[in-house]
Design a protein around this ligand. Structure first.
Ligand code: PRX
Length: 646
């Protein structure tokens, strides 16, 4: 692992919000006096009613409960829009960049306000109110931001479903969160290809167990031909046509739910993490400001999708709470060419760029195409998120996208954490390529060994967090027991992240990746269990086991071992059918890269699949299988090695 150091340059330090000394003293204060620290930070928000208790949290077994700023009342959309209007009504809030380089649109804070108010009034007219759940399945257009904020305005809980998910996955999420309304667009566009969003929703709603949806609200984006059901479907522009551009915000308690967002775990179906209003909003705003060193006038661009937590915290809530001007992008980094990111940076004079290692590696693979024809001199800060960034990709990003002038903030965090947890701060932290460096304010990371002992100094172990922070998810929607079990039962009185990490002599953290059965494919988090359950739903498959293996661009790729039902022969045609099945059943991102026909899987005598062995076979480490004597039938291993696809 590279240990080269990139010290904070004097010119960066001079322009940044915080120095190293300031970081250290604020960090210490946030740990020594968390209540005082967070009470002070909470002044960043506009409150209808001040809170009377700052922190009321417990990680005790069977009593996990997380509450911040109790007694307080506020509204997230007011904090993201209304309060900026006196000074910023005419400032651009959103710069939309379409899939085609010729398409763009600017939206001021006043326009954002008006669009959100009209939609919020429209939602109320449809009978959606405080506490109702609204599923959102949208392309990356401004309307995705409007509808999320419109929900927040009336106290409805949004649950955004990533536009890359298939009808079955949409239906599962609607059923789980009891959504009353689903919001979509006719079609989306990515990399020149159309995404049939409304059609996918139609198919999801056709599933018999989807019973809670009263209406489907549709935004017209590409004027595509779509099926229409007069009783169910409503055009957004028709709904909002006569609506006033003012809308009284709902008064929300600090701990009232803001949104549910599904993410994958190591077992079972995806879990709906529930985030609440005040703590989440404050944490996303504070991290956005200091991690990206956001200063008035900066143009900020986060390349994520609103279907993931990064889009929630660092496109919608954090930047807008800070009154930022930001680019939102419908397309992909390699369309029409690999110069697109740099071209968009030049076109909109972007100062801060936040993207994922997988995008960087995809550009790297194209030689100098990404940077030969653009300048990117407006850039001041680069960010990375979603998976470990390998030092080669880090240095390529630094040199070729950032012209060796911009610090890279490698931000480690999760859907569950709500905001960035371990990260450099641009003017404060010397950088080491591949390391997420140091904890953010209020975060107490710990490395723990398999016995639950906290390791000191230089060490490697499982990453846990010792105390609560305001942005933390409060529960898994409808299943608090699973929440406790997943995050608080592995180590007593700690939040367990599911990641492994190393701490070096300078106290810097190096995230090594998941230690559970969760994969990270191109920065997308996927549970092996969900892919397996999709595979076994195919009529030819009796049993399936999925593991990850390293991939140059995606970080990890998916390797599936499949046992056929009796009498089924493996053919290329069948493999193709299975791959297509997973794409339509779950998502194209969950489609296995390699499929191996396995006559048997390595199981213990109690019937548990030993994935450790399958991982080693898929990564071609056939000489490191370890002890196989505990297997019920050790001979299956030879067959698996013989037929390995890697
Ligand atoms: O394994 C870690 C990895 O992504 C996981 C969280 O995925 P998700 O909830 O989808 O959120 C992604 C965006 C925040 C983590 O458990 N991960 C995320 N950021 C990093 C990372 N691994 C290493 N370095 C990072 N900067």
């Amino acid at each position: 692992m590279s240990e080269s150091v990139f010290p904070v340059s004097p010119s960066v330090a001079e322009k940044s919000l915080l120095t190293n000394e300031q970081y250290q003293s604020l960090y210490q204060e946030s740990i020594d006096n968390p209540e005082q620290f967070w009470a002070e930070q909470a002044k960043r928000l506009n409150w209808f009613t001040p809170f009377d208790k700052i922190k009321n949290t417990s990680y005790q077994p069977n009593q996990v409960s997380i509450n911040w700023f109790e007694g307080g009342e506020l509204n997230a959309s007011v904090n993201c829009i209304d309060r900026h209007l006196p000074q910023k009504a005419n400032q651009t809030a959103l710069i939309w960049e379409g899939d085609e380089p010729t398409q763009d649109q600017k939206v001021t804070y006043q326009q954002l306000h008006d669009e959100v108010a009209k939609l919020a009034n429209g939602l109320r007219k449809l009978g959606v109110g405080k506490g109702d759940t609204v599923a959102i399945y949208m392309p990356m257009i401004c309307e995705a931001v409007y509808i999320m904020l419109a929900c927040a305005r009336i106290g409805a809980v949004h649950s955004v479903i990533f536009g890359g998910f298939s009808p079955n996955a949409i239906a599962d999420r609607i059923v789980n969160c009891n959504a009353k309304l689903i919001v979509t667009a006719d079609e989306g566009k990515r990399g020149g290809r159309s995404i049939p969003l409304k059609q996918n929703v139609d198919e999801a709603l056709a599933r018999k167990d989807v019973t809670t949806i009263e209406h489907c609200l549709v935004f017209k984006h590409l004027s595509s031909q779509i099926n229409w059901d007069d009783k169910l479907d409503i055009w957004a522009h028709e709904l909002t046509h006569d609506m006033p551009a003012v809308c009284e915000p709902e008064v929300m308690k600090s701990e009232d739910p803001l949104f549910i967002l599904y993410t994958s775990g190591s077992t079972g179906q995806p879990k709906g993490l529930l985030h609440t209003t005040a703590g989440y909003l404050l944490y996303s705003a504070l991290t956005h400001k200091y991690v990206f060193d956001y200063q008035e006038g900066d143009i900020y661009w986060c390349g994520a999708d609103v279907g993931w937590i990064t889009g929630h915290s660092y496109i919608v809530y954090g930047p807008l709470a800070n009154g930022a001007t930001q680019v939102i992008f419908e397309g992909i980094p390699t369309y029409p060419t690999a110069s697109r990111i740099g071209d968009v940076v030049d076109k909109h004079q972007v100062n801060i760029l936040y993207t994922a290692p997988t995008a960087i590696r995809a550009l790297m693979a194209k030689g100098d195409e990404a940077y030969a024809t653009n300048k990117r001199t407006s850039l001041r800060i680069l960010g990375s998120v979603g998976e470990p960034i390998n030092p080669e990709a880090w240095e390529w990003y630094y040199k070729n996208i950032g012209n060796s002038q911009c610090p890279i903030v490698d931000t480690w965090w999760q859907t569950e954490t709500g905001g960035i947890m371990i990260t450099p701060l641009p003017g404060a932290t010397d950088l080491k390529p591949g390391s997420a460096t140091r904890p953010f304010f209020g975060i107490k990371p710990a490395l723990v060994n398999s016995d639950g002992r906290i390791l000191e100094g230089e060490a490697s172990g499982n990453l846990a967090i010792l105390d609560s922070w305001p942005g933390q998810a409060r529960t898994i929607y409808g299943d608090h027991e699973r929440f406790e079990q997943t995050y608080f039962s592995t180590y007593k009185n700690m939040y367990f992240t599911g990641d492994g990490a190393r701490r070096d002599k300078d106290g810097y953290y190096w995230i090594t990746g998941r230690v559970d059965d969760v994969l990270n494919v191109s920065g997308h988090r996927l549970g092996t269990a969900e892919i397996e359950s999709s595979l076994v739903a195919h009529t030819s498959i009796a049993e399936a086991a999925v593991v990850g293996y390293p991939h140059d661009i995606k970080g990890q790729a998916i390797y599936a071992y499949i046992t056929p039902v009796e009498g089924v022969e493996m053919t290329d045609e069948l493999i193709k059918q299975i791959r297509d099945w997973v794409k339509t059943d779950l998502s194209p991102i969950a489609c296995p890269d390699k499929i191996q026909w396995a006559l048997g899987l390595p199981k213990t005598r109690s019937g548990k699949i030993m994935r450790r062995i399958l991982r080693k076979i898929a990564t071609n480490e056939h000489d490191q299988l370890g002890d196989t004597s505990t297997l019920a039938d050790p001979s299956v291993v030879d067959d698996l090695i013989k037929n390995c696809k890697n």
